[in-house]
Design a protein around this ligand. Structure first.
Ligand SMILES: [Zn+2]
Length: 290
């Protein structure tokens, strides 16, 4: 093929490919009954997407792998919330996560309780990102009864219901904020390091339907001081996420807790790295990063 014709042919193929890509993209986005990007990724057997892809979902919850500690990120088009920062040394990782979502800051920072494995990276993080609102309880803070209604997009809202702590407790773990996130039919429970004492109070205070959540962030890194059978049975989670460091000194998660959780699909940050859950309000999809 003469050089000039070869170049023209390559150019034509490139244009054709670009046009086909645009048609394919438009078809996926707009035609009724066509698969979503989540469907396509699942069909292709892909369990890892780039973080940017998750911003296509209505609601994304990230359980960030911060080693032995807790850090969860809740993202919608209109609201970004961080629950806990993990131990010292994770600020850059959190900043990178936000950057992957196109963010330089968050609307809400919520700390469940002031133990280092939950608040340790806050002072570094405060120098790195913008934080609009802070909810940082001390040993006397009781948040139960408060509900925040926050936007998912221009039309839909989600709620953040503070269930605990209900009463003052001498143990800071049992003063952990317990928060239920609800979007349409789906709900997520964040329990910090709440132990049997606080779980018992929640059971006595609320009907099981209030406690019921589709996804449970397992209390206290899977320690056997938490996740009593009565509490887990009231929450009745379909999915349970344990945020825990690999080979940690505490032996978390405990085998008895794993047994209690046996009716749920369990995800662990020590085994899967950062865990990501996306939802449109009616179905849940989990991804891991290892
Ligand atoms: Zn902890």
């Amino acid at each position: 093929m003469p050089e000039i014709n070869r170049k023209t042919a390559i150019k034509t193929i490139k244009i054709l490919a670009a046009v086909l890509l645009v048609i394919f993209t438009l078809a996926i986005e707009y035609l009724p009954g066509t698969p979503s990007w989540d469907d396509i990724y699942a069909a292709a057997g892909l369990r890892t997407k780039t973080i940017k892809d998750f911003s296509l979902s209505d609601l994304t919850v990230v359980y960030l792998d911060v080693g032995q500690g807790d850090c969860e990120f809740i993202y919608t088009k209109s609201t970004a919330i961080l629950i806990d920062t993990g131990p010292f040394g994770n600020a850059q990782k959190i900043k990178d996560l936000l950057r992957d979502f196109g963010l330089t800051g968050i609307n809400y920072l919520i700390i469940t309780h002031q133990h280092d494995d939950h608040i340790g990276s806050l002072s570094d993080l405060e120098d790195m990102i913008e934080i609009e609102n802070r909810i940082i309880p001390d040993e006397n803070t009781k948040m139960s009864g408060i509900t925040l209604t926050l936007p998912v997009d221009d039309e839909e809202d989600m709620t953040l219901q503070f269930l605990g702590p209900v009463y003052k407790n001498d143990s800071l773990n049992n003063m952990s904020l317990v928060i239920k996130l609800t979007y349409k039919e789906m709900s997520f429970l964040f329990t910090g390091d709440a132990e049997a004492d606080e779980e018992g109070t929640l059971l006595r205070t609320y009907d099981a339907e209030v406690l019921h959540s589709d996804v449970l962030k397992v209390g206290h890194h899977g320690s056997d001081s938490s996740s009593t059978p009565a509490f887990v049975s009231a929450v009745a989670p379909r999915y349970a996420v344990i945020s825990v460091g690999a080979d940690n000194d505490y032996g978390h998660p405990s085998q008895s807790v794993l047994t209690t959780l046996s009716s749920a699909e369990v995800h662990r940050t020590d085994l899967e790295g950062t865990i990501i859950c996306t939802t449109d309000g009616s179905a849940l999809t989990f991804y891991n990063t290892k």
